[in-house]
Structure formats: C-alpha cells, structure tokens
Write a protein that binds this ligand. Sequence first.
Ligand code: GDP
Ligand code: IMO
Ligand code: MG
Length: 423
Amino acid sequence: MSAKIIIGAQWGDEGKAKIIDILSQEAEVVVRSQGGNNAGHTVAVDGQVYKFHLIPSGILFPGTLCIVANGVVIDPEGILKEIDNLHASGITTDNLKISLRAHLVMPYHKELDGITESYRGLDDIGTTKKGIGPCYMDKAERSGVRVCDLYNPEVFKKRVRENVEIKNAIIQKVYNKDISFDAEKIIEEYLGYAEILKRYVTDTTVLVYDAIKAGKNVLFEGAQGTLLDIDLGTYPYVTSSHPITGGVCVGSGIGPTMIDECIGVMKGYVTRVGKGPFPTELFDEVGETIRNVGHEFGTTTGRPRRCGWFDAVIGKFAVRTSGLTSIALNKVDVMADIPVVKICVAYKKGDEIIKDFPASLEDLALCEPIYEEMPGWGQIDHIKTYEELPETIKNYVKRVEALCDAKVTMIGVGPNRDQNIYV
Ligand code: GDP
Ligand code: IMO
Ligand code: MG
C-alpha cells in the first residue's frame, strides 16, 4: 500500500506512461495532477498502441480509479475525443473522475497560443499550441473558467462573456488579427460538453485523500518533465505548470506527508521537443540513429524530437529538485547498435567545471559537456532479468546511479509491458 509519484526527470517523453502502465497492474488509483493535452503518453499492450493526452494511462485497467485532478487544464473537446476513442476500443471510462476545480481550456486560449507563438517569430517557444500557457495565465490572473462553473450556468455565462470581450480586444487591437470569438456560441458548445461530462465530475481531492487514508495503492502520473518546470526548467523554454514532484501535491490537493515514493523516469539518452538549449544534443548520425530506432517523434505534435547523450547533470538536478527515491531508466535497448556510448558527467564553462544545472540559459549556452565513454551492450530487448544483462549495461546503470545519486530500480528494454527489468 503506497502513494507513488512518477515524474519525468528530463524534458518529457521519458516513457512515464509505460511505467505507469506497469505499476497500474497493482494500483487502485491513478491521478494526473498537472499539464493538459500537451502531454502525449504512449502505452503498448499486446501489439496495440494507446495514446493518452489527458486521461491517466491506468484507464486500461477496468478496476482502476482514474482521476484528472485540480491542477490539470482540461480541453473538454479533447477529453471527450479521448473518451470516445477509448469506448471505440472497448475500454470503459466508468472509473474516470474529473475535478470540479480544474481550469478549462477555452477556444480563445488555443487561438492565443498560436498567435503569441507567431508573434514571437524566431524567438518562439515551440509550444504544442494546445492553449496550455494562455489557460494557466488566466488561472494565475484569476480570470479563468473552471469545471465547477459549467454547472452554474449564470456564473459560466458571465465569465465567458467577460473573457471573450477582453480576448477579442487583445486579438484584434494588440495582435491586429481579424478574428472574433462569439461568447454565445462558446457558451452553447461548452454547456453541451458539461452535460456529457457531468457523470465524471466531482471533488477529486476527497477521492485522493480517502484512497491514501484507506491504504490503497495510488499512482501519480506526471506529465512533461523536470526541465519543462516553470520554476526549475530551462525558462522560458518550459511549459506553464510544475511537472516536478512538488507540483503533484498542489495539483491533486493533498499534503506532502501522504507520499511514500518518488520515481523519476529517465531515458538512457536525452530528448527534447520544441526550442531551447540542450548541451548534449547530437547533430550526427548517432543522433539520427537514436531518433529512428527510438521512434523519437512527438506523440502530440508529430515533431521530430531532438536527441543527445545521457546528461547526469540533468539527472542529478532532477533527483535533487524532486527528492527522487529511485530512477526508472527506459529505452536503453534503443542504443543497442552504438559501439561506444557517452555520459555527460559535468559541464565546462571556460575554465570552470559546472556540476549543478545552471539557472541562466546564457550560462547554459556556454557550457560544454564533459563526457565519459563506456562500451555499448548490443541487443537486449529480449532479456527478462537483471542477471542476464551484459556487464556493459550493468556498468552503465551503476554509473548513472553514482552520478545522479539515486538507485535505478527499473530498466526499460522495449515499449511493451513485459520489457521491463526490475533491478
Ligand atoms: P511519456 O510522455 O513520458 O509517457 O513518453 P511517450 O509515450 O511520449 O514516449 C515514450 C515512447 O517510448 C513511447 O513510444 C513508448 O512506447 C516508448 N517506450 C517506453 N519505454 C521504452 C523502452 O524501454 N524501450 C523502447 N524501445 N521504447 C520505449
Ligand atoms: P509528455 O507528458 C515533451 C514542451 C513543448 C514546448 C514546451 C511548451 O508527453 O512528456 P506547451 O504546449 O506546454 O506550452 O509547450 O513544452 N512540451 C513537451 N515536451 N513532452 C511533453 O509531455 C510536453 N508537453 C509540453 O514541446 O517545448
Ligand atoms: Mg510524451
């Protein structure tokens, strides 16, 4: 019986959903607590691939309660599409619960995401254009619209009308775009969604608290990753929420004393989608091999992911900022054909050796990775136990543990449920 947080320890897409899927076999509750449908979580089961954006990956288990908690920003059209897709695959959503306190992604958020990105020109962030930033902006500005407002039509209508007036003025007068949102149309559309979503909506903070108090196995499914955290990531090339473990408590409405374990998911290399600095990025055929063998293309946007060597400065930063109790190291099978692998152990900035991930992007841009080289390990995707693994990969894992200061307890050797080795 335990409450475990699973977060991304790099720039997202570390294979969090696969770990959630594996651990879900013994979980009774799975909770998403931040982000929105900018997330793309892939689970492979018996040759079938499922992609999730807002719904917790635990939904594949019919007895598991799946909670979209207060810290998530919900695009109702998006979540309904996911629900429909699940139903079409014969998967029930009877166990899905959505927080009354979650903020709604509105049509003007999505439009503004696109407009501000094009306005930034070459300085764009490379967002997923799902309206995530503008929605969290309204939340912080206190003009957001929440799920609970949908069930108080007078309040909902007032909020939408006020917002539409302001957003139209911004879009037309600041950005000079000939676009006009119609508040009444949005109200009609969203009140329609409200009817369908009604059966899922509740105060999820109570559910999470009661489940942990009752000694149930509860998993918190992180979205994005540590370096996309709005406080601790590579600002401004970040998302607008807190993907670190600290964000989970706020985003699901529980206290930190209720958490037992914090697992950080890493890949045996690093990827990043969107713009921003990336010290170990590879521009050669090794990077190309990793992208092709690892199918490193975005689940949400289809963009090619930038690929680079494992960076232990990032790994240690994630362990420190999230209090990670262990590491799940995924996708080492992807590196099978690389004869000599590299690990970045520190950065060099001029004459200075840097071991702690820098705050300033300008400093980070001046950092050169210092690498250690290790022999590769060949094909391992068929291996089932730690004992059977080649010494070369065992040594690599030990080096990752020593540099990042946390135990590796799971090693991913393929996308499927059974391609996971417990250490
Ligand atoms: P998430 O956003 O962290 O859940 O990760 P994504 O689903 O966006 O990307 C991870 C991709 O790698 C998915 O296609 C997974 O099926 C796949 N994957 C996960 N673990 C492994 C692994 O150990 N080996 C290989 N080859 N693929 C994996
Ligand atoms: P999962 O949960 C990888 C990135 C975007 C962009 C930046 C800001 O699948 O790991 P946003 O739309 O959030 O305002 O975009 O964050 N980003 C992700 N990158 N995996 C994700 O989620 C991401 N969610 C957002 O590419 O650089
Ligand atoms: Mg992803």
